[in-house]
Design a protein around this ligand. Structure first.
Ligand code: NAD
Length: 700
């Protein structure tokens, strides 16, 4: 049993003991249940205290039990709460560290809650596609103002106990206890031992709302802020129910919503993302106990777009940075951009002035390699050119102290070759940040065939410190993200060649949930980048065929927003895409030249072709071991490419669709007039998984 039971001076103390966060799994629930029975039967016990062992009270359900029968084994959370509410002796939750999800629901079932200062209080279920299912949506709005409860449940964000204790009229926290929590809680329990009737949250009046439009406004806000997600909407429904129904009906309805949402695709997708993020930090052959190198001082080479953003990531994490450039003007420009970025945050009230100054004080600049020699890690972000990178790495090899990690932010070059420029290839690694580097969460960690395991372990740890989701990729053209994205873009060209329009493709992708369709992304990032890659491909891989539409618009100088025209026209100073007659004429000409009669293409076909193009490449990436698991690919897409969370990433999308259906669709695409047979041949791994009745993510 994951609890202990002790009686101290008339108070029974039940201690939750299920590290690391006292997840309220079956054996913890059973322990509390048994403890309550024992306390009830013991005449010397006047009151009960439930407290968490270790650093927290309870982080919520035990996520290790998700999807297993233990999650549903009795006593469930409802039964434990019912036992508390039926107890003839008061039960006090003594809370420190963290009280979340099922842990908070348990506490809300207790007669009193006492808390240490600084406790993180949250119902975060919304973020894994669920609603609280243990009475949280019914009890929280009875102890806090309904607006506040609504905010907590729909955002899943935590609120500190000190702040909650100050909310007028709140009944969540009976007392804040400084110092020894257990001693304070026991003393409190004895103080209230004789109070009758014992206060129960269920007996408090149903919450009332002053603003009748509160819930509809919340629905509209959430539809915008968390587009396409069902769980925030259902959270709002559940809180509204609390204002209308009696508590037992409310709890029943909450449970019905919980059960329905739990089996839906979004809950699967969001839980996949939640677990995928944690799994991404694990590298199969680099165990958790691999020693790491100390990284206390970082150097960045190049103060351009990426170098500046990367520098900010470290300054934000309190790690000093030395920024090296070739010329003072470049330093001044780069530092100016960093300052402007921070000043914008200060102006918006997102960053305190003193924090801004503190961050800038961690930044020093230099024109000399000698000044960076003592850095523990250096990240190169100079021009994307092998000769320039080779010069930089030769210099780094000569000056950097032994054991320093030498990283490159290259997006296309071969990290093995960069490593081989040095005499210490084991210390070289790719750190592929995404633009804007200080904002985007994704970091592709490119592991060369030379990279030492402790370097991998160190950079994964550093990534966490700078709040990135690090995903390991092997060395290949485009790594995981851009290699798959190229297939998506190829397919978007193909679709317009066959008969779709540019706005139709974008709208279909956006309706599916992409932040922006492929053509709008092209206009934002610059169509010249792909143009250059295609020129290289024509030489290196002549069998990779592209529709000529992409080159045709680039030959007209339509490089995107930066020149005021791309796949769309733009009015001066505006970013709204306007369908372009010139682009359509280009597409018509390509069709005429190739003798293509345009056909009507459904939005469904557009989405499936765009996504399955990525899936097939993803399968290849898995087969080659470039990614070690399908969820890593999904994390790249969720955190770096705006793939809709509602589908959990391209590989999970394929799993949810069913791989036999994926293959059937691909075969259908092969049968279309003029189809690229090689492109739509299912990757060997995909075919094999279908034959074996498996999925990318292992579970059928
Ligand atoms: P950029 O042109 O904005 O900046 C490059 C900077 O490096 C310039 O300030 C230049 O003065 C400096 N530089 C050039 N050679 C140098 C040298 N020998 N020593 C010191 N400084 C030198 O380029 P960027 O967009 O920041 O790209 C930098 C790297 O990041 C490239 O490898 C690029 O492929 C990669 N990258 C770019 C993006 C992006 O979206 N821009 C995304 C991911 C990765």
């Amino acid at each position: 049993m994951s609890t202990t039971y002790q009686v101290n001076g008339g108070v029974a103390v039940i201690t939750l003991n299920n590290p690391p966060v006292n997840g309220f799994g079956h054996s913890t629930r059973a322990g509390v249940f048994e403890g309550l029975k024992q306390a009830e039967a013991d005449a010397s016990v006047q009151a009960v205290v439930i407290i968490g062992g270790g650093k927290v009270f309870c982080g919520g359900a035990d996520i290790r039990e998700f999807g297993t029968p233990a999650a549903f084994a009795e006593p469930g959370l409802h039964a434990v709460i019912a036992a508390i509410e039926a107890s003839s002796k008061p039960v006090v939750a003594a809370i420190h560290g963290v009280v979340m999800g099922g842990g908070l629901e348990l506490a809300l079932g207790c007669h009193y809650r006492v808390m240490a200062p600084g406790v993180q209080v949250a119902l975060p279920e919304v973020n894994i596609g669920l609603i609280p299912g243990g009475g949280g949506t019914q009890r929280l709005p009875r102890v806090l103002p309904v607006e506040m409860a609504l905010q907590m449940v729909t955002s899943g964000a935590s609120v500190p106990s000190d702040k909650l204790a100050k909310v007028p009229g709140q009944q969540l926290i009976a007392k804040l206890i400084e110092g020894d929590l257990l001693a304070g809680a026991q003393a409190f329990a004895l103080e209230v031992a004789a109070v009758r009737p014992m206060p129960r949250v269920r007996d408090l009046p149903a919450p009332t709302v002053a603003d009748a439009g509160l819930f509809d406004k919340a629905r509209a806000d959430m539809a915008k802020a968390r587009r396409g997600l069902v769980s925030p909407q259902r959270c709002i429904d559940a809180i509204e129910i609390a204002t209308k129904d009696d508590i037992d009906t409310g709890i029943q309805k909450e449970l019905e919503i919980f059960k329905a949402i739990m089996v839906g695709p979004q809950a699967k997708a969001m839980q996949h993302a939640f677990f995928g993020e944690r799994a991404a930090s694990k590298i199969p052959d680099v165990p958790d106990n691999t020693p790491t190198r100390e990284v206390k001082q970082v150097a960045v080479i190049g103060a351009g777009t990426m170098g500046g953003g990367i520098t900010m990531c470290f300054l934000n994490a309190g790690i000093p940075v030395k920024l090296l450039e070739m010329k003072q003007e470049a330093i001044d420009r780069g530092v100016g951009v960093i300052r402007k970025n921070y000043e914008a945050q200060v102006a918006k009230g997102k960053l305190a002035q003193d924090k801004y100054e503190q961050r800038m004080s961690l930044l020093t600049t230099t024109l000399s390699y000698d000044d960076i020699a003592q850095a523990d890690m250096v990240i190169e972000a100079v021009f994307e050119n092998m000769e320039v990178k080779a010069q930089v790495f030769t210099k780094l090899d000569a000056v950097m102290k032994p054991g320093a990690i030498l990283a490159s932010n290259t997006s296309t070059l071969d990290v093995d070759k960069i490593a081989e420029v040095t005499k210490r290839p084991q210390d070289v690694v790719g750190l592929h940040f995404f633009s804007p580097a200080n904002v985007m969460r994704l970091l592709e960690v490119v592991r060369s065939k030379h990279t030492a395991k402790d370097v991998m372990a160190t950079v994964m740890q550093v990534a966490k410190k700078i709040k990135k989701v690090a995903v390991v990729s092997g060395v290949c053209d485009g790594f995981i993200g851009n290699r798959m994205f190229e297939q998506y873009v190829r397919q978007s060209f193909q679709l317009v060649e066959e008969g779709a329009t540019v706005p139709q493709v974008d709208k279909a992708a956006e309706a599916f949930g992409f932040a922006m369709g492929p053509f709008r992304v092209g206009d934002l990032a610059g169509n010249d980048i792909g143009f250059a890659i295609r020129k290289r491909r024509r030489v290196e891989q002549p069998d990779v065929v592209y529709s000529p539409v992409g080159d045709a618009i680039c030959e007209l100088g339509r490089f995107g927003q930066k020149v005021g025209k791309g796949w769309y026209d733009y009015e001066a100073g505006k970013r709204d895409p306007i369908p372009s007659a010139e682009v359509q004429a280009c597409i018509d000409k390509v069709r005429a030249d190739k003798g293509i009669t345009p056909r009507t293409i459904s939005d469904e076909e557009i989405v499936n072709r765009l996504v399955l193009a990525m899936v097939n490449e993803g399968a290849q990436i898995l087969e080659e071991g470039i990614a070690s698991k399908a969820s890593d690919i999904d994390m790249v897409y969720l955190t770096g490419y705006g793939f809709p969370l509602t589908w959990g990433g391209p590989m999970l999308y394929a799993d949810l669709m069913g791989l036999p259906k994926v293959v059937e669709l691909m075969k259908g695409f092969q049968a279309l007039p003029g189809a690229d047979q090689a492109f739509w041949t299912p990757a060997p791994l995909l075919a094999r998984l279908v034959a074996e009745g498996k999925t990318f993510n292992g579970k059928a």
